[in-house]
Write a protein that binds this ligand. Sequence first.
Ligand code: HEM
Length: 189
Amino acid sequence: MTSPATPPARYTAVAMALHWIIALALIWQLTLGFSLEGLPRAEKGAANALHKSLGITILLLSLARLGWRLTHRPPPLPADLPGWERFMAGLTHWGFYAIMIGAPLGGWAMSSASTRARPIEVWGAPWPSLPLPKSDALAGQLYLGHAAAGYIAVALIALHIGAVVKHMFVDDNDVLWRMVPGLKPPPPS
Ligand code: HEM
């Protein structure tokens, strides 16, 4: 476990890599997920299979990221950040972990319970179903939770990007450099 006496100024390379890979995968996954219903039958099977592969990949990467987060000290928030913004930052960041892990688990559970879904494959390899009773009523309930998780993810992304824009253009504290490889730290004010 890494817990230095002086907190680091920016995220480590592992944290940055996981952040940007998961961010891109999540945006792709949400775009794909919300378009599944309207797809023609001929395209739906392949899109569904891609959605499941991407979802399980996001789940595994997010578990790795949570493991990293629980064993490493992140850079502290700017010292002058008001309490409500600290609260919102914590809510958004932990909300992301809950969604990045909860949404794929819910999708996996839904596909496992459905009597109509094809056996799950991840990038072409068989993936086990969760031990749930086969019930379309249960799958329907899980679908509602899964769709809600999709909307919550969109809201979290909007809040997160809104906060970054505020830090950059209103507060001028450039927290973005901590998470972007190659960006230089802001000059001391
Ligand atoms: C981060 C991971 C995931 C996100 C953000 C996500 C998001 C979504 C969204 C937004 C929808 C559309 C909901 C609607 O109709 O309003 C959806 C549908 C669906 N998802 Fe996911 N999902 C994820 C992972 C998974 C996984 C791992 C599986 C299964 C192994 C899965 C299976 C499904 C299925 C079967 C549907 C319904 C497709 C249809 O309309 O036939 N999802 N997902």
